[in-house]
Design a protein around this ligand. Sequence first.
Ligand SMILES: [Zn+2]
Ligand SMILES: [Zn+2]
Ligand SMILES: [Zn+2]
Length: 238
Amino acid sequence: MIDTHDATPCASGCITYRHLADCTDDHCSGCEPRWATDGLLCGRCHNRLATLLSGPNDPESIAGVCAWLADNLGQHLRSPSGKGEARPGGDSDGQFARVFNALSAAQIVLASWARDWADHSNLTGPSDTNPATVAAWLRPWLPTLCRWEPVAVMLDELADARRDAHTACPWRSQPRVCAGVACPHCHDTALVIPAGETDTHCRNCGLIVPERDYARWIAVLGAEAELGPELTRKEQSA
Ligand SMILES: [Zn+2]
Ligand SMILES: [Zn+2]
Ligand SMILES: [Zn+2]
C-alpha cells in the first residue's frame, strides 16, 4: 500500500477506477491517479516503456514493429494468420506508402528520443539508427529514463508510433473477450484482455485488473458458484 500523502501521480496521467476522497461527481468512473512507483511512472507505465524498448523478437516493441513493417514493405500484405490477403479497399501503392510512413515515423521517434537522452546525459549516442541498436542502447538506462522529466511524453510518442504501425499493417489477433464476467466496478460485461497484453480491461469504465488479481477473483467467483447451492441446502435443513 502506498501512503497517498507522499505519493506522486504517474506522470502519464493514468487513473484508477477508485475515487479521491473529495470526489463528489456521480458520473465519475474513477479519478484516483495511479501512483508513481518507478521514477515518475506507475508500474504499469514502466512496464509499457520496457516493452516498447525491448528487442526485435518482441512484437510489441518498436524494434519488433519496425522489423514487421520492413518485412511487409512492398510485399503482398500478410495478415497475422499468415494468409496473404489484400487489405479491403487498399490500393497497393497507397498501402506501400502507409507502411513506409509508419516505419519511418517509428524509426525517427525512437532515434530522436535516444539523441535527446544522449544530449541530456552527455553520452555518445547509439552507433547507428537501426531500431534494434537504438533500443538496445537505451535499455540499460530504463531506471534513469523513468526519472527523466519528459519520460511520459516519450512513452506517449512511442506508443502512438506502435498504434499507427498497427493501423497500417496489423499483427495482433483479436482481443480475448471475458464472456459472462461482469466488471467488479461498473458491473457491465465489457471485460477484454487486449491482444498482446495480460491485464484485463473494462471497455465501459476503463478499469484495469492485473493478471494476478483477475485469476484470484475468477477463483473466488468459481468457489462462490460452487458453494452457493451447498449453503442454501444447509440453510434449508437448519
Ligand atoms: Zn471520482
Ligand atoms: Zn502510469
Ligand atoms: Zn467496468
